[in-house]
Design a protein around this ligand. Structure first.
Ligand code: MG
Length: 368
């Protein structure tokens, strides 16, 4: 990592950890956060959690783990180009999906429904809950005791009613502060990663095809330039050549646009970043193209009947598991019962949210 910009997150000026710890001679505070995340059980579970396609549908589809690694790769490129803190960006990206349920968004929607009278379920909030509380690896505290800046980045969204319960980390959602530039980058890198890998996975699955995708401006533009460059190329190589160009174009666009914004608003410190407008963004033109691609994926992939059939099955599994544990609390592992401090539904929700796809399916078979 080269020299950091004055408005980058500086580990020596971190707002710190909830529990005081002595510093480490060889690693910065954000490196330690990243290392703690990689060694957590929740991180290993990401390998068997759905992104769009359920884990057993094919070995080459993205899982939450490979998604998180792709997000970190994209975000680090952007952070390095802007002289921001790569370690912090990496820590945030690797942790950003730790709170996801099995079966992707359908799992989260169903768990939120099951928890409707008990505070609901939201994956961002759950990611924070994992690192603040549910990971139990240290003798002196619950959770991973991460730095404020890492936690700030993990909590990407938060409804005001939840933000009020969170103390300092929730304040920005009530008072309209921005998070660090590193957190802003992680957020956009997430979008770049999933839009592109969902195109790739969607094509691989056969649920969408290249002809359909040519109605999408950004895809069509790069697909055409690859065809012009390699007239004889066929099959997946054309797709890979197209997608890598799209990712690169998006990364370059974010870097250029963000540089412009920084120059214009001229923040002198991370405090200026927090008090100002969001600075990390796509250009207006690219933002519109991204919107077009998202709409396409929504309509033709996420709402494809095969994906919807799987989502419906997944929701049933989550609902059944929730009801079984609610009627038979003794079937819930003891530490989840104890950790929930009398809030049985929250304990069940924590247990189910932590399950991998295949574990949820197995538990469902065993208990039903
Ligand atoms: Mg993500």
């Amino acid at each position: 990592m080269g020299e950091l910009a004055p408005y980058a997150a500086d580990p020596q000026r971190s707002l710190g950890r909830s529990n005081r710890e002595s510093s480490d001679k060889n690693r910065t505070e954000y490196q330690r956060d990243r290392d703690r995340i990689i060694h957590s059980a929740a991180f290993r579970r990401l390998e068997y959690k759905t992104q769009v396609f359920v884990n057993h549908e094919g070995d080459l589809f993205r899982t939450r783990l490979t998604h998180s690694i792709e997000v970190a790769q994209i975000a680090r490129s952007i952070a390095r180009a802007l002289s921001l803190n790569e370690d912090l960006v990496e820590a945030i990206c690797l942790a950003h999906d730790l709170g996801h349920t099995p079966f992707g968004h359908s799992g989260q929607d169903e768990l939120n429904y099951c928890m409707r009278d008990s505070g609901g379920f939201e994956h961002n909030l759950q990611s924070l809950r994992v690192v603040d509380f549910l990971e139990q690896r240290y003798g002196s505290f619950d959770g991973l005791n991460l730095c404020y800046e890492t936690r700030e980045g993990i909590l990407k969204h938060c409804a005001p009613r939840n933000a009020r319960k969170l103390g300092p980390i929730g304040e920005r959602f009530l008072e309209g502060y921005q998070p660090s530039l590193e957190a802003q980058i992680a957020n956009l890198a997430d979008e770049i990663a999933y839009n592109n890998h969902d195109v790739d996975d969607g094509l691989r699955s056969g649920l969408i095809d290249v002809n359909q995708l040519q109605s999408v401006t950004i895809f069509e533009r790069f697909y055409r330039s690859v065809r012009d460059l390699y007239p004889d190329l066929a099959g997946r190589q054309i797709i890979y050549e197209t997608i890598r160009r799209i990712i690169n174009a998006l990364v370059v666009d974010v870097i250029n646009e963000t540089r412009k914004n920084i120059k214009l608003l001229d923040p002198g410190s991370i405090e200026d970043v927090r008090a100002g407008k969001p600075l990390v963004s796509f250009s207006a033109e690219v933002k519109q193209e991204q919107q077009e691609l998202k709409l396409f994926l929504h309509r033709f992939l996420y709402k494809h009947k095969n994906v919807v059939v799987m989502a419906t099955k997944s929701k049933q599994i989550i609902r059944n598991l929730f009801e079984i544990f609610l009627e038979n609390p003794d079937k819930l592992p003891r530490d989840y019962r104890e950790r929930s401090h009398g809030d049985l539904k929250r304990g069940i929700s924590d247990y189910i949210a932590g399950m991998t796809d295949r574990f949820a399916i197995k538990e469902h078979q065993r208990l039903c």
